[in-house]
Design a protein around this ligand. Structure first.
Ligand SMILES: Nc1ncnc2c1ncn2[C@@H]1O[C@H](COP(=O)(O)OP(=O)(O)O)[C@@H](O)[C@H]1O
Ligand SMILES: O=P(O)(O)OC[C@H](O)CO
Length: 494
């Protein structure tokens, strides 16, 4: 059973030994936007929805908890939770990866000349995206928090750690290499929490979880959680790394792109840590069988979320899947571009102060052009990161494996292939994140033998081939680049 705790929903999926989906249960939860550019979740709601769907999926599948071979955890990354060690209660809401409230702490770190140090030791750029500055914000802003933290009374965790703490009723405080590598306080070369950065951010080491491999038994579920069963918790990976695993990208040079709330392209670089010169980040893919492997990553903050925005805020579609219908009712974007920099821009721009823009509107622009421009923005952002990735790795991709909720959109996938000029391969199972977590857990308990067995199970469903004229494609992409320029730095002047 995979527990996939995403940015907008909690999902539990049961897989069989063929790696096929037996049953899914899913529940969306509340997003809080308490201030401009701020995003929070309620950690208790995260736990409530996640444990709820886990119980629901067992019930609807008619499977007893004791029949589950192992649980694999995968999660929205970077999102930061701090809780009281004794009561188990969070002292503040979860500060979500998208939240920009710590931009000024980041500016201060940059002023202190830490950019090179952070890049060389954590693989990251200094940005409000990562957990380190979020922990500092909680300790600085919640009354009494710093004192408690210094007395060893508080614990920090990303969502994986929080779920395991609750699944084991406070017995286990762990994370894995892939999640640790997203905190900006973990040294990915030396594989330990980075003392210098902990000092710079004033974070007591006593709060931090133990960092383990991505595939091993961390503990068992508390008997109260699943009707007396003690199920081994045997896999952890951040959702993007889990998707890389689920897509069987086991060899250096293999890459995938996941289209969920955001969009994240990862390329496996094996045991080699490749530093980026083109605005990507270096991250840990996983630690399996005593070996840590790395990846290059292009992190795009808003992808499927723009479709949710069309639905929930503009209310010009009523379901995410309607976007395909309306986008194909027009021939082209009619010159309209949307840059969905709602929470700044991630790779390769890294501008915490960029904000969303719609440009190129004329009297003839209509709803369909806006919807089309929204979908196209996902594909242009992907081209930005693919180009950076090819430069950094020296590898020219012939095809791109895709997954995540938004790849159900055929228009988006065809347009993606056109704009990249590469084949886009959609597998039979697009829930690759959950599948990767299940594989990691299953490997640890011997449910599957090895990575080869997993690779053999990967099946393509559709290959989208590029069909757009070169000139047309480049013209569209040039328009995108011009639109991006209009969005940069917008919030700085405030
Ligand atoms: N047919 C579709 N076309 C475009 N976007 C879609 C479609 N179906 C789902 N999405 C988008 O995909 C996202 C959900 O994908 P999912 O992989 O579940 O994301 P997450 O794990 O980030 O919560 C949502 O942002 C939704 O708007
Ligand atoms: O919720 P998702 O699937 O968009 O993933 C969020 C990422 O892990 C953020 O880094």
């Amino acid at each position: 059973m995979a527990l996939d705790q995403g940015t907008t929903s909690s999902r539990a999926i049961i897989f069989n030994d063929e790696g096929e989906i037996v049953k899914v249960a899913q529940n969306e939860f509340t997003q809080y936007y308490p201030n401009k550019g701020w995003v929070e979740h309620d950690p208790m709601e995260i736990w409530g929805t996640q444990s709820g769907v886990a119980r629901e999926v067992l019930e609807t599948a008619g499977i007893r908890p004791g029949e589950i071979a192992a649980i694999g955890i995968t999660n929205q990354r970077e999102t930061t939770i701090v809780w009281d060690k004794v009561t188990g209660r969070p002292i503040y809401n979860a500060i979500v990866w998208q939240c920009r409230r710590t931009a000024d702490i980041c500016d201060d770190l940059k002023k202190r000349g830490l950019e090179d140090y952070v890049r060389d030791n954590t693989g990251l750029v200094i940005d409000a995206y990562f957990s380190g500055t979020k922990i500092k914000w909680i300790l600085d802003n919640v009354e009494g928090a710093r004192e408690k933290a210094e007395n060893g009374e508080l614990l920090f965790g990303n969502v994986d750690t929080w779920l395991i703490w609750n699944l084991t009723r406070g017995k286990v405080h762990v994370t894995d290499y892939s999640n640790a590598s997203r905190t900006m306080i973990y040294n990915i070369k030396e594989l330990k929490w980075d003392e210098k950065l902990l000092k710079e951010l004033d974070i007591p080491a006593s709060m931090l979880p133990e960092v383990k491999q991505s595939s091993e038994i961390y503990g068992v579920t508390d008997p109260h959680t699943f009707g007396g069963a003690e199920i081994p918790i045997a896999g952890i990976a951040g959702d993007q790394q889990a998707a890389l695993f689920g897509q069987a990208c086991f060899e250096a040079g293999m890459a995938k792109n996941t289209y969920g709330t955001g969009c994240f392209m990862l390329m496996n670089t094996g045991e080699e840590m490749i530093p980026s010169k083109n605005g990507l980040i270096t991250t840990i893919a996983w630690g399996v069988n005593g070996k840590v492997e790395y990846a290059l990553e292009g992190s795009i903050f808003v992808a499927g979320a723009i479709v949710q925005w069309l639905r929930d805020e503009l209310k010009i579609i009523s379901d995410a899947s309607d976007s395909e219908y309306f986008a194909t009712k027009v021939e082209d974007n009619n010159g309209v571009y949307i840059v969905p920099a709602f929470v700044g821009l991630g790779a390769p721009y890294w501008d915490m102060y960029a904000r969303g823009t719609v440009v190129g509107l004329t009297r003839g622009s209509n709803r369909n052009h806006i919807i089309r421009a929204a979908l196209e923005s996902i594909a242009y952002q992907t081209r930005d990161v693919l180009e950076a990735m090819q430069e950094d790795s020296g590898i020219k991709l012939q095809s791109l494996k895709v997954d995540g909720g938004a790849v159900a959109n055929n228009f988006l996938m065809q347009f993606q292939s056109n704009i990249l000029s590469v084949d886009v391969d959609r597998p039979e199972i697009i829930e690759t994140t959950a599948l990767g977590a299940a594989y990691l857990a299953g490997l640890a308990v011997g449910f599957w033998k090895d990575k080869q067995e997993i690779s053999d199970k990967w099946r393509i469903e559709t290959r989208f081939k590029p069909i757009m004229e070169e000139e047309e494609k480049e013209k569209l992409y040039r328009g995108w680049k011009r639109a991006v320029k209009r969005s940069l730095d917008w919030a700085k002047e405030e």
